[in-house]
Design a protein around this ligand. Structure first.
Ligand code: ATP
Length: 219
């Protein structure tokens, strides 16, 4: 389904977000106060506008409140990032995603109403570290300080050809299986009788230590 996104700030993060959303067929309004940056995105974004997003009238006149998602991708100017996030929420935007420079910045963004806060450098560091220490965790998404969604490759024959009811991941590991990736197919919310096959990848949600415990079982 087509959704519309307003991206404020087209640095490396906002810019790559813009290009990827456009590639996947979404509508993107790109806003940046720097004219050269906007010229770069003129032929990429659906609309690209030079504007200082710290000005409430500007945000109103651009109709930011009508967007499904507003991404505040301003980095270094923490004050601007906080102010714009606050104004976007006050204008009634349902989903405001803000980029944080550090954990204090992230805390403030949540406090003032950001729906999601991303911290790309830290998040990518966590991901790369998990990929380095584990052969079986293919992907990793931190949901909170304690919980994660992970994609774990099944390489232990003890798990092969058994159904989810028998394997009982919830009881044994405290993990919920939300999907199974088999070759290129993704089975979402697999039924209890679904069998786990060799080289399947399990999408699991649970506490970090439980994910690590499951990963250790695969060795
Ligand atoms: P990245 O890591 O994504 O490259 P960054 O953390 O270095 O970004 P900045 O370069 O400071 O962040 O900001 C990203 C973009 O946001 C820049 O292109 C900048 O021009 C734009 N920007 C900063 N403040 C505003 C503002 N008030 N209104 C509109 N755009 C802004």
């Amino acid at each position: 389904m087509k959704q519309n996104f307003a991206i404020i700030g087209l640095g490396r993060f906002g810019g790559s977000l813009c290009e990827t959303l456009i590639e996947s067929g979404q509508e993107v309004l790109a806003i940046d106060r720097d004219e050269d940056t906007i010229n770069e995105y003129m032929n990429i974004a659906t609309h690209a506008v030079v504007a200082n997003a710290q000005d409430e009238m500007t945000l109103r006149s651009l109709g930011v409140r009508n967007f499904d998602h507003v991404i505040v991708a301003i980095g270094e100017d923490i004050q601007a990032s906080i102010l714009v996030t606050l104004m976007a929420k006050e204008l009634g935007v349902k989903n405001v995603i803000a980029k944080a420079q550090n954990s204090y910045h992230a805390k403030v963004l949540y406090k003032i109403g950001a729906d999601h806060v991303v911290h790309p450098e830290r998040d990518m560091g966590v991901k790369v570290a998990h990929n380095l220490v584990s052969k079986n965790i293919l992907d990793y998404l931190e949901l909170s300080d304690e919980y994660s969604l992970a994609e774990v490759k099944v390489t232990n024959p003890k798990f092969y050809d058994k159904d989810l009811l028998t394997l009982n991941f919830r009881q044994r590991f405290g993990l919920n299986i939300v999907g199974i990736r088999r070759n290129k197919k993704l089975i979402i919310s697999p039924a209890a009788e679904e069998k786990v096959l060799q080289d399947d990848c399990l999408l699991v949600i649970g506490a970090d230590e439980d994910v690590d415990r499951l990963d250790a079982k695969m060795l």
